[in-house]
Design a protein around this ligand. Structure first.
Ligand code: ADP
Ligand code: MG
Length: 529
């Protein structure tokens, strides 16, 4: 059995395909929930993950001795330490993100590995309960085969770190799939006639909009992808939280004590969820011995003038105007990038829990002119991606799923006047597999350096690897690059007197010593309930 994992910034979800019914099933975690918060709370060698980590966070806040990590997905791909290779004056260095606990530097992928281990553990218990696994099997006895999803814009380094995280967690990662591709598979688009689909994925802290082409022969091709990595459900939480802060201060003439910040956040999230179901909700705020009721409305009642300025009333949709316009602008940007208009899009599908707010499908209906339920699908936004990953795993080998290159790849070269530029060989959004070659002038002892990124300037791109030619004389070097469907980049440099090869993710990111150390560490941690 292969499981599909949506390793989200704020929530994770696991699904599998039942071998008898061939229908997707969602795994319930140890608390009986279909999603698990991507939160880790360390207490020495013990790690609390998910709901229990959230409980620690709420109870003790950040001032406790516990180490709490959230939103680690944003830092995947950033270096734990800066490799000496990157120490060059022309490189803009990314911020190191050590995620250190008791002297061990986990990195964002190490923390993700802990989350994955918890997901594995809960999945095994769930499968045992349902009679899908023998009762005697323990977590460490099996390398559960898994497909993990990643954002479409992830580069090779990020993808490889996710693989390492899976490996360290004791999973056998048999595939990495783009989240929008998974969402489209969940909606069954691979079986239908050729269609152009927009996947609108609004998660906890990120918005990713992707246009895909699904053609009859079970192919998914990413046409273009755009996103905002600082826009998501939590921004809507903030709108409600600010209102609570404001009203509290107005009533009690004192601000909410800072240590109750998390509590207000909880109230806000609860109110937000209720407003997805109901037109209005009343929440009781209770801080120390101060108590107040607040009523929040989803939208302004029909007929009420928008000129009635009443700052005390809370109309969720109106207060979300600027967030909604960012959603609209991003959707328009991805259309523009793919040179398409709304009428070229056959279907829009919603992924991400934050799409459960009715204002999201409403916005998309308004801007696209598509009809809800027909061309605009909101079925189960928070399980769609995991379900698609499970479907992918189930059919792996049978289906052909084409992805596109997330970033352009090129070679750094030196001009006559000693300046450095990037000459791109492979281009962003080019379908995979892809290959190209180019001839460059090469001085003695030339170095072929590979960079990933859109800019012509090396300092604005990220360094991926190098080949030292060891050539003695001035001449030419022919650089061949090819990248396969799994994203493994192969670079071949042919020059007078030699031929050298570099396989980028193997050389730099295969399960090396560091990955093995990480795995040992992750396996030694006690995952608490
Ligand atoms: P990610 O992919 O970023 O991990 P998800 O796709 O699971 O996250 O989306 C999480 C976001 O969705 C959170 O901000 C959460 O509050 C929000 N969310 C989930 N369910 C609902 C709901 N019923 N109404 C409104 N927002 C919701
Ligand atoms: Mg997500």
């Amino acid at each position: 059995m292969v499981i599909g994992i949506d390793l989200g910034t704020t929530f994770c979800c696991v699904a599998y395909i039942d071998e008898n019914t061939e229908k997707p099933e969602i795994v319930k975690n140890s608390r009986g929930n279909i999603t698990t918060p991507s939160v880790v709370c360390f207490n020495g060698e013990k790690a609390y993950v998910g709901e229990s980590a959230n409980e620690f966070k709420l109870k003790f806040g950040e001032s406790s001795g516990f180490k709490i990590f959230e939103f680690v997905k944003r830092d995947i791909g950033k270096p734990i330490e800066i490799p000496p290779d990157l120490y060059r004056p022309d490189a803009i260095l990314p911020v190191p993100a050590p995620y250190e606990v008791a002297g061990f530097k986990y990195g964002a992928h190490g923390i993700s590995a802990i989350i994955l281990r918890k997901l594995k553990k809960d999945t095994i218990s769930y499968l045992k309960k349902r009679g899908k696994l023998t009762k005697s099997i323990n977590e460490k006895d099996i390398e559960l085969p898994a497909v993990i999803t990643v954002p479409a814009y992830y580069g090779e380094k990020e993808r490889q770190e996710v693989k390492i995280a899976g490996y360290a967690a004791g999973l056998n990662v048999i595939g990495i799939v783009n989240e929008p591709t998974a969402a489209a598979l969940a909606y069954g688009f691979s079986q239908s006639e050729p269609k152009r689909i927009m996947v609108f994925d609004l998660g906890g802290g990120t918005l990713d909009i992707t246009i895909l082409e699904m053609s009859g022969q079970d192919e998914a091709k990413v046409i273009a992808s755009e996103g905002i990595n600082q826009l998501g459900g939590m921004d809507w939480d903030k709108i409600i939280a600010e209102y609570i802060f404001e009203q509290f201060e107005k009533k009690f003439h004192t601000p909410v004590p800072t240590e109750y910040g998390y509590k207000i956040q909880e109230y806000a999230i609860k109110a937000k969820f209720e407003l997805s179901e109901k037109k209005s909700t009343t929440i009781t705020i209770s801080i120390d011995d101060m108590e107040m009721d607040l009523t929040l409305y989803r939208e302004r009642p029909e007929g009420e003038s928008i000129y009635t300025i009443d700052d005390d009333k809370f109309y969720f949709e109106e207060r979300s105007t600027s967030l909604l316009s960012q959603c609209k602008a991003t959707a328009e940007k991805v259309l523009e990038k793919s040179k398409l208009s709304w009428k070229d899009i056959d279907e829009i599908i919603l992924a991400g829990g934050a799409c459960r707010k009715p204002m999201i499908p409403k916005l998309l209906e308004r801007i696209s002119g598509k009809r809800m339920g027909e061309e605009l699908k909101v079925f189960n936004p928070d399980t769609a991606i995991a379900t698609g990953a499970a479907i992918y795993g189930f059919h792996k080998g049978r289906k052909k799923i084409t992805d596109v290159l997330a970033h352009s790849i090129g070679v750094k070269y030196q001009t006559e006047d000693n300046r450095y530029f990037i000459e791109h060989l492979l281009f962003k959004n080019q379908p995979l597999p892809a290959s190209a070659e180019k001839k460059f002038k090469a001085g003695p002892n030339a170095i072929v350096e590979i960079y990933e990124g859109e800019s012509k300037r090396p300092d604005e791109c990220s360094y991926r690897g190098r080949i030292n030619l060891d050539n003695l004389e001035e001449g030419y070097v022919n650089v061949k690059m090819s990248i396969d469907g799994e994203g493994i980049l192969k670079v071949i440099a042919e020059y007078q007197g030699g031929r050298k090869e570099l396989e980028i993710y193997n050389e730099l990111y295969q399960f090396d010593e560091r990955a093995k150390i990480l795995r040992e560490k992750i396996q030694s941690i006690q995952i608490m309930e």
